[in-house]
Write a protein that binds this ligand. Structure first.
Ligand code: SF4
Length: 59
């Protein structure tokens, strides 16, 4: 599943990378996905983890 990270909203807290470092990384203080194919269960977990709701599912 593809996810979109809103760079304006991301505060670079690192929560998503801590939970799923295989799929997310911090670049210049903003989260990026490492792949366009993130498993849906990981995405659901990350959506609950991000404190500012910067991560969104892309259908
Ligand atoms: S959890 Fe949300 S705010 Fe924190 S680094 Fe990831 S996308 Fe940014």
């Amino acid at each position: 599943m593809k996810v979109k990270i809103d760079e304006e909203e991301c505060i670079g807290c690192g929560a998503c990378t801590a939970v799923a470092e295989e799929y997310f990384e911090l670049v210049d203080g903003k989260a990026k996905t490492k792949t366009d194919d993130v498993p849906e269960d990981i995405v659901d977990e990350i959506l609950d983890t991000c404190p500012v709701g910067a991560i969104k599912k892309e259908e």
